[in-house]
Write a protein that binds this ligand. Structure first.
Ligand SMILES: Cc1cc2nc3c(=O)[nH]c(=O)nc-3n(C[C@H](O)[C@H](O)[C@H](O)COP(=O)(O)OP(=O)(O)OC[C@H]3O[C@@H](n4cnc5c(N)ncnc54)[C@H](O)[C@@H]3O)c2cc1C
Length: 462
């Protein structure tokens, strides 16, 4: 065997699996067909969209508008150049750190497209046609996904874009239509809206973000509408046309939406087409997703693992990393305890949403008696200082066990604050934790104390 572990794809999952394997003393080769290491996460997904968001919030003065009014701006004329400058610096830094990490851990890397030949052998084909074969004891498929591009959508990088292409804009759109109100759609829609670009968000279903607590989503939709975004739920798209000076979206009910640009963000497909899965007997579904054992991440071929977006929900960089690490540990006989049931979900829209544990709908469906504790950020001193006028934290507690069942946040800092809720849920903590502990003051985290007290006062005092 040439390598103990062949990792296909250098995104979050492949990266963690590679480093973990190396730390266990194993020989590792990471192969990615992309121009640079890092995967979707570094080049077209997580890091670019979050960098764009940060730049937009800083340059637009978004966080200060609670004090200085909606007309406030830090920089008057924000150009695409302003946004891209920070993007390139951040991405370069990410790649540099990753390369250094591989070097330190003696993880080898190569640029090529990988195709399985047998369960222990694969071919590597470089862009220039160079061909080689590599033998491996174990392999991890961490090839991720690409935007779903239906044949009848006229993607042209001028009027109609997918989410990868949004990073190649020549100028900021004067008006934007976003099709698909999934996580990627709402993130980009709200980021551009924070730049005062008029945005229309179109979604065929009548609800959005169905895996999130309804009260949080309702507040989020209210905030989007309140700042002038148009949200068309229950609207199926019949046709998208790219015209010389605008794009036109025709809905099934006959209405049309004109805008300078359209972002089509309706789903993603696994990169499995050229992997030679049929040659080793691994199947993928119609969306290119591979089925794995949920505890070990083994595919139907025991020495070939799959993790990250190519195995489907939750399709997050954060969960992909963990899956890669767990797969590597399993491959080399390291027994891990079962993972905690609850992991946090972060949506970096403007405002942020983050959630962990059960939603109120799920608790209600379970039939268990529960109590809700709520704290609005505008009622915290930190919120006053920051000029925060919206956002809240919602906690759900079991009346019987007093344990925290779910924590849900919409508003400033949600994706950081959620980890307090995550720790309490996964450590089996109760409402009494929030009531008995002192929190730094003034902080937004104090909202946990307030929400805890809110529930405690109604639950009885244990
Ligand atoms: C716009 C956007 C925003 C996002 N925001 C967030 C966020 O805020 N937080 C979060 O947790 N997640 C976010 N995600 C999701 C996150 O990016 C993915 O969950 C994560 O990148 C998946 O990692 P992965 O390990 O599956 O590999 P990926 O990052 O998908 O990388 C896969 C790599 O495999 C390579 N590859 C594919 N086929 C082959 C082949 N045959 N041979 C060799 N190499 C191959 C590709 O070139 C690619 O580099 C976002 C995604 C998008 C698109």
């Amino acid at each position: 065997m040439d390598y103990d572990m062949l990792v296909i794809g250098s995104g979050p999952s492949g990266r963690r699996a590679a480093v973990q394997s190396a730390k266990l003393g194993k020989s590792v080769l990471v192969v990615d067909r992309g121009r640079r290491l890092g995967g979707v996460s570094v080049h077209t997904g997580t890091i670019p969209s979050k960098t764009l968001r940060e730049t937009v919030l800083n340059l637009s003065g978004w966080r200060e508008r609670g004090f200085y009014g909606r007309g406030y701006r830090v920089k008057q004329d924000i150009s695409i150049g302003d946004l891209v400058e920070r993007l390139h610096k951040t991405l370069d830094h990410e790649v540099e750190v990753l390369q250094h990490q591989f070097m330190r851990n003696t993880v080898k890397s190569a640029r090529a497209a990988v195709k399985f030949l047998t369960p222990n052998k694969a071919s590597l084909t470089a862009d220039n046609g160079d061909y080689s074969e590599v033998g491996f004891a174990n392999a991890l498929i961490a090839v991720g996904t690409r935007p779903h591009r239906p044949a009848d959508v006229p993607f042209d990088k001028k009027r109609v874009f997918d989410s990868d292409e949004m990073l190649e804009l020549h100028h900021l759109p004067r008006t934007l239509t976003v099709i698909g109100a999934g996580v990627i759609g709402v993130e980009y829609a709200t980021i551009f809206s924070a730049l005062d670009v008029p945005v229309t968000l179109v979604e065929p279903r009548n609800t959005i973000l169905d895996f999130i607590d309804r009260e949080i989503v309702d507040d989020f939709i209210h905030q989007m509408r309140d700042r002038g975004m148009t949200i068309r739920l229950g609207s199926t798209v019949k046709e998208i046309a790219s015209k010389p000076d605008h794009a036109e979206v025709t809905l099934a009910d006959g209405r049309t939406i004109r805008s300078e640009m359209v972002l089509y963000a309706a789903g993603r497909t696994g990169n499995v087409a050229s992997l030679g899965l049929d040659l080793v007997g691994i199947e993928a579904d119609a969306r290119g997703r591979i089925k794995v054992d949920p505890n070990t991440f083994q595919t139907s071929v025991p020495n070939i693992y799959a993790s990250g977006d190519v195995i489907g929900f939750p399709s997050l960089a954060s969960t992909s990393m963990e899956q890669g690490r767990v797969a590597a540990c399993h491959a080399f006989g390291v027994n891990l305890p079962p993972p905690p049931e609850s992991f946090p979900y972060g949506i970096y829209a403007v405002p942020e949403i983050s959630t962990v544990g059960l939603s109120e709908e799920q608790v209600r469906d379970s039939g268990a008696a529960y109590e809700v504790g709520l704290a609005r950020f505008r009622e915290t001193s930190r919120g006053h200082i920051m000029g925060v006028s919206s956002g809240f934290l919602k906690l759900l507690f079991s009346v019987e066990t007093r344990r925290l069942l779910g924590a849900h946040i919409v508003g400033e800092g949600a994706t950081e604050l959620i980890h307090i809720g995550q720790a309490v849920i996964n450590l089996g903590g109760t409402v009494d934790f929030f009531v008995n502990n002192t929190f730094n003051y003034p902080t937004l985290a104090e909202a946990y104390k307030i929400a805890g007290l809110d529930a405690w006062n109604r639950m009885g005092h244990g």
